[in-house]
Design a protein around this ligand. Structure first.
Ligand SMILES: [Mg+2]
Length: 120
């Protein structure tokens, strides 16, 4: 089953995502800010998808996705409460391949993650 790295400074979001994703059989790795996200990606060489918040301490999601996608061929989706087109454009320019707006629906999230981790 696919392995997913969740990066978010909200414990509530982390718990919710872990619950949804582990419940669906995914292996989950957690980081609580952008710098920890980079570390976890380096520790685990088989991350299939990164789901990341934007507003986080130390290193925000935009900086993190830029660094991750420069170093590795990894798929990153942003998760944010901010749904305006400028933020989405900025995320894509930083290297994000998808953008999920919070709050997210359980079934919708699993559909998106399933699609994103489907073997090519
Ligand atoms: Mg946040």
């Amino acid at each position: 089953m696919a392995k997913i790295l969740i990066v978010d400074d909200s414990s509530t979001i982390i718990l919710q995502l872990e619950h949804f994703l582990e419940g669906a059989g995914y292996e989950v790795v957690v980081a609580r800010d952008g710098t920890e996200g980079i570390e976890k990606l380096e520790e685990h060489d088989n991350i299939d998808l990164v789901l990341s918040d934007i507003n986080m301490p130390k290193m925000n999601g935009f900086e993190m996705v830029k660094e991750m996608t420069t170093k590795k061929n990894v798929k990153v989706f942003m998760l944010s409460t901010e749904g305006d087109s400028r933020m989405i454009k900025k995320a894509k320019e930083a290297g994000a391949k998808g953008y999920i707006i919070k709050p997210f629906d359980h079934d919708e999230l699993l559909r998106i993650v399933g699609e994103a981790t489907k073997p090519a």
